[in-house]
Design a protein around this ligand. Structure first.
Ligand code: SF4
Length: 400
């Protein structure tokens, strides 16, 4: 066969070619992005007006939540903005809202469904808005990992602690096994509580931390005083997690091999570069960043912490922020009296968050007005029950 006949032509895209959303090109790989009734074109000059009309017509029947990492065009129509847990609680506090339109990613909409009443319907405007971190821990992988811990004889001394950024099924697993959920704000309290269940931080008990290895490692080492040697990484794609029985026995923190594709991009080199370019800069990063980035930075904290730190910063101060770009751009616009740099030298949006755009929001709202609930997110009853047990455990943590 000649090269001319075997090479793919430009007319026939390779299987990995980027598919256009909402066109029904390959529903299997695009996870149900079909939009009943048709998605408005992003170029529609009436799009913003359509959004205004639809939002006004829905009134109190709908409550629109906007995660901090959403696009400006979506945030403009959010009734409240926040991190994932704050948004889920806000939705639960508005039982009069028949529809909760969650402009965020899939696991967040699941949490909102778990915490809201059965009469409320949670809608995710684009079902393709997933989270790469949450997708790194599938429930069957987690069940298999627990079996590995049982076989190694360490499961009884292990408490699961699961980050909010996880599927409902993993949260339910955590509830069934006596663990707790945590956020990036309270991970240190959750870890301390978990160790207390198995003999304390100074003892020999263990935590299985899922799915973000970086948040788990940073919290254990920087806030609880454990060492890097106390941490092992469980790789679900390797037999036995890639760990020996002796390694599991010696470990205190068993970290799931997962990470955020956005925060994982920042490097220690980014920190040294910004220090050279902007003398006097304060580097503030999210705890989902790698350990070497967090230790090179001046401050570390959740999105809510970052927002408050910049609110409190003196005029004329200089900052470099290591978190998602939509949020950093809005913070820079809100603080013209401060110099706010983005830590990475290249653009770094959360691509899955960005799947929620104004066309999808308009489409979802117009469909609701037409009497059709689209893209409803429903967590099955048993998982919802056990996930709520794990979330309630978090709410019962000391000082929460
Ligand atoms: S920023 Fe990271 S953790 Fe957050 S939704 Fe995007 S991929 Fe997931």
């Amino acid at each position: 066969m000649s090269l001319a006949t075997s090479a793919p032509s430009f007319a026939e895209p390779a299987p990995s070619a980027l598919l256009l959303l909402g066109r029904g090109v390959d529903l299997a790989s695009e996870r149900g992005v079909e939009c009943v009734g048709g998605l408005p074109a992003a170029s529609d000059p009436d799009l913003v007006e359509r959004a205004r009309v639809a939002r006004a017509a829905l009134g109190d029947r709908a409550f629109v939540l906007g995660h901090h990492y959403q696009r400006d065009e979506v945030i403009a129509f959010a009734d409240v903005t926040g991190d994932s847990f704050k948004l889920a609680r806000e939705a639960a506090a508005r039982p009069e809202a028949e529809f909760v339109i969650f402009c965020g990613v899939h696991f967040m909409a699941e949490s909102a469904d778990i915490l809201t009443s059965d009469t409320q319907q949670v809608v995710l405007p684009d079902l393709a808005a997933g989270c790469s971190m949450a997708d790194m821990a599938a429930i069957d992988q987690v069940e298999d990992a627990w079996d590995v811990l049982v076989d190694a004889g360490v499961a009884e001394q292990t408490v699961p602690v699961t980050y909010m950024n996880s599927t409902a099924a993993i949260k339910a697993f955590t509830g069934r096994h006596g663990g707790t959920i945590c956020t990036s704000s309270n991970a240190h309290v959750a870890l301390r509580w978990a160790f207390d269940q198995v003999g304390g931080v100074e003892g020999t008990g263990k935590v299985l931390f899922m799915p973000d290895q970086h948040l788990g490692r940073n919290t254990a080492v920087l806030e609880l005083g454990l060492s890097l040697d106390d941490c092992v990484v469980f790789d679900p794609r390797k037999p036995g997690g890639g760990l020996t029985k002796a390694e599991l026995e010696a470990a205190r923190m068993i970290l799931w091999r997962g990470h955020c594709s956005v925060h994982g991009r920042f490097s220690a080199r980014n920190v040294s570069d910004i220090r050279a370019a902007a003398p006097g800069v304060t580097v503030l990063v999210h705890p989902e960043c790698k350990h070497e980035v967090v230790t090179a930075a001046d401050m570390v904290g959740s999105t809510e912490y970052i927002i408050k730190a910049l609110d409190a910063a003196p005029a004329g101060s200089t900052w470099a922020i290591g978190t998602e770009l939509n949020l950093v751009r809005r913070l820079a616009a809100a603080h013209p009296d401060k110099q706010i740099h983005y830590l990475d030298s290249t653009v770094c949006f959360c691509s899955t968050m960005n799947r929620i755009d104004l066309p999808h929001l308009v489409w979802a709202m117009e469909q609701l007005l037409a009497g059709q609930t689209v893209n409803r997110i429903v967590v099955d009853e048993d998982d919802a029950h056990w996930a709520r047990v794990a979330l309630d455990q978090m709410l019962a943590l000391p000082g929460y």
